[in-house]
Write a protein that binds this ligand. Structure first.
Ligand code: SF4
Length: 311
C-alpha cells in the first residue's frame, strides 16, 4: 500500500499568524491573565498546548457572552473574527485586545461593511452557529441574511434595489454553487462576491484531484473544524472515494484500508503538522509487509546457554 501525501495540506497563513499572535501575547504578559475568546483555531491540540501555557479558553454560544467572562488582562480574538460590537466592548472593559483575525476574514468584513454603506441588501452563505458568520453579521445586522441551504433561499424575501451575495471563507465552491445559481434565478440582479479563501480552495482542489488516483483518503483534523469537514465531504461527493476523518493516528482503523493500493492523506487548515506526520508514519507502518512466521530448525542446546525465550 502506497501512502500519498497530498499537498497543499495543513496550517494556512491565517492559523500560523493566529498562533504566533497568541504566543507573543502570552510571552509578553506573563503576569497577566490571557484569555482566548473561543477556540483560536478549531483544533483541540492547539487549544491544549496553550492551556498548558496558562492561556484560558473562554467558550460560550456567542463571542459577546464569552466576553462577559473576561474582566481583566489580555483577550485574544480568534482567526474567525468578531463583530465590531465585541471589539468595542472589549476595549470599553479596559482589556488589552490582541486581534488575530485572519486577513481573509477581515476582507469579508470590509466588503460587507462597504456593501451595507452603499445600500445593498446582502445574502451571506455560511454555517449557523459558526463564529465567522456571527462576526461578519455584526457588520451589517439590518442588511444581512444568513442562508445555509437551498430551502433558506426559497424562504428569502429581498426587496432592496441593490442585492449582493457573499460567502463564508471556509466553505467549498461546490457547496455554494447550487445556492448561488438559485439566488441568480430568483434575483437576477444579485451581484456575486465569492469570499472562499485561497487556502481552503487549494486544499479542497488538491484533495479531490489526488483522491481520483487513490482508493481511500484520510483527512486529519478536528470534527469542530469547518474546513476539515469540508475536505471529507468533497472527497466523498466529488471524487467518489471513501474518506475518513481522524483526530490522531489512534483513530485509524485497519479495515478501512483492506485491499487498498493507494491511500491519500490530507489535513485541515488548523491541524498541527506533527499530528499529520504521526498519521502518515502509522499508515506507512501498516503498509509494510508483515514478517511471516517461519519455524527455525532446532538449535542444539549447550548446557547453561539459556535462550531469551527460555528465560
Ligand atoms: S482557512 Fe482561510 S480564512 Fe480561515 S484562517 Fe485559514 S486562510 Fe484564513
Amino acid at each position: 500500500m502506497e501512502v500519498v501525501k497530498i499537498t497543499p495540506r495543513g496550517y494556512c497563513h491565517g492559523v500560523v499568524e493566529a498562533i504566533r499572535a497568541l504566543r507573543v501575547a502570552s510571552e509578553e504578559h506573563p503576569d497577566e491573565p490571557v484569555a482566548m475568546l473561543g477556540y483560536l483555531v478549531h483544533n483541540e491540540h492547539v487549544t491544549r498546548e496553550f492551556a498548558d501555557r496558562g492561556v484560558r479558553l473562554v467558550d460560550a454560544p456567542s463571542r459577546l457572552e464569552a466576553l462577559d467572562q473576561v474582566d481583566s488582562g489580555t483577550v485574544v480574538l480568534t482567526a474567525h473574527g468578531v463583530s465590531p460590537e465585541v471589539k468595542e466592548r472589549a476595549l470599553a472593559k479596559g482589556l488589552n485586545v490582541v486581534d488575530a483575525t485572519c486577513t481573509d476574514v477581515i476582507r469579508t468584513h470590509d466588503l460587507v461593511r462597504r456593501l451595507s454603506m452603499d445600500g445593498y441588501e446582502i445574502v451571506y452563505i455560511g454555517r449557523r452557529g459558526h463564529p465567522e458568520p456571527e462576526g461578519v453579521g455584526g457588520e451589517a445586522p439590518e442588511a444581512l441574511h444568513l442562508v445555509e441551504t437551498l430551502a433558506d433561499v426559497e424562504g428569502l424575501e429581498l426587496t432592496g434595489e441593490k442585492l449582493a451575495v457573499t460567502t463564508q471563507t471556509t466553505l467549498s465552491v461546490w457547496d455554494t454553487k447550487a445556492i448561488i445559481e438559485r439566488l441568480r434565478e430568483r434575483f437576477p440582479r444579485i451581484e456575486v462576491h465569492n469570499e472562499i479563501c485561497n487556502a481552503t480552495q487549494e486544499r479542497q482542489q488538491a484533495a479531490v484531484e489526488a483522491a481520483a488516483a487513490c482508493d481511500v483518503v484520510v483527512v486529519v483534523g478536528s470534527s469542530r473544524s469547518s474546513n476539515t469537514k469540508r475536505l471529507v465531504q468533497v472527497v466523498q461527493e466529488l471524487a467518489h472515494r471513501p474518506a475518513y476523518l481522524v483526530d490522531t493516528a489512534a483513530d485509524l482503523q485497519e479495515e478501512w484500508f483492506s485491499g487498498a493500493r493507494r491511500v491519500g492523506v490530507t489535513s485541515g487548515a488548523s491541524t498541527p503538522s506533527q499530528i499529520t506526520r504521526d498519521v502518515i508514519r502509522t499508515l506507512e507502518q501498516m503498509a509494510e509487509p508483515r514478517p511471516t512466521s517461519v519455524t527455525a530448525d532446532p538449535v542444539p542446546s549447550t548446557p547453561g546457554s539459556g535462550s531469551p525465550a527460555e528465560e
